[in-house]
Ligand binder design. Structure first.
Ligand code: NAD
Length: 250
């Protein structure tokens, strides 16, 4: 299936994990892909993997928490490929393991800056471009942690709830201009992001929390992002889609 022939897709945090899986999936379906990340070697590796598979991609370094860099990223996307049809605003960090009473101001600001402000900045510069073209589809990465509480990561949890609100508001603001805005809510996906907990010997514990009895794979979230960016989901906007093996159904 080549649902994205002639389309241009931007993925932030595309140097690793879920973002890399989405970038590769877009390229397999013939989109031209802008791979954005703060980590240069990782972003370039994603481009190499795409090209190795016969796809088309370019790496653009951008820190999503900085307005000037996000503005330049969208401009560079247009300068390179002439348009922007799909965006996966995915870059995120989990921050420190702490609590509401021990979380530092520095951790709070860093997590909010990347996970929440970063998504807002991407929307701010993507939407006008898509509007000019007459439409587009945007998917933000929230989390199961954007739906329920998560003791141990208060800043992360608040940032992902923030992404949920921002997604709904952007969806409503864009409802009449042909741009759909949705969010994916992955839970416990096997990426470098989760590796820290696996390395700490917590894999069995985490797996035990998931009703289907296994961790998710980044490709399972990527498949959902692709569907949300395709015409198959043409009546879906402002939705939070869980990819969590039943975690939040409990
Ligand atoms: P990951 O650590 O493998 O990838 C995150 C990528 O974001 C990295 O390449 C990193 O360099 C990049 N990044 C970090 N800060 C950035 C910045 N300021 N600007 C641009 N890029 C930046 O993590 P992942 O598991 O693939 O996570 C991707 C998204 O999925 C995150 O938003 C995360 O919160 C979310 N998520 C992951 C899980 C999971 O279980 N893995 C669960 C729920 C939500």
């Amino acid at each position: 299936m080549k649902r994205f022939e002639g389309k241009v897709a931007l993925v932030t945090g595309a140097g690793s994990g879920i973002g890399r899986a989405t970038a590769l999936a877009f390229a397999r379906e013939n989109a031209k892909v802008v791979v954005a990340d703060i980590a240069v070697a990782d972003g370039e590796e994603t481009v190499r993997l795409i090209k190795e598979g016969g796809g088309e991609a370019v790496f653009i370094k951008a820190d999503v928490s900085r307005e000037s860099e996000v503005e330049s990223l969208i401009k560079a996307t247009i300068d390179t490929y002439g348009r922007l049809d799909c965006a996966h605003n995915n870059a995120g960090i989990n921050g420190d393991l702490d609590s509401v009473t021990t979380c530092t101001e520095e951790n709070w600001d860093r997590v909010m800056g990347i996970n929440l402000k970063g998504v807002w900045l991407c929307l701010k510069y993507e939407i006008p471009r898509m509007k000019k073209q007459g439409g587009g589809a945007i998917v933000n990465t929230s989390s199961t942690s954007g739906l329920v509480g998560a003791p141990g990561v208060p800043a992360y949890n608040a940032s992902k709830h923030g992404v949920a609100g921002l997604t709904r508001t952007a969806a409503l603001e864009c409802a009449k201009i042909g741009i759909r805005v949705n969010a994916v809510c992955p839970g416990t996906s096997r990426t470098p992001f989760l590796q820290r907990l696996i390395d700490a010997g917590l894999e069995d514990y985490i797996t035990g929390l998931v009703p289907v009895g296994r961790l998710g794979e980044p490709e399972e979230t990527a498949n959902t992002v692709m569907w949300l960016c395709s015409d198959e989901s043409s009546f879906i906007t402002g939705a939070m889609i869980t990819i969590d093996g039943g975690l939040t159904a409990q």
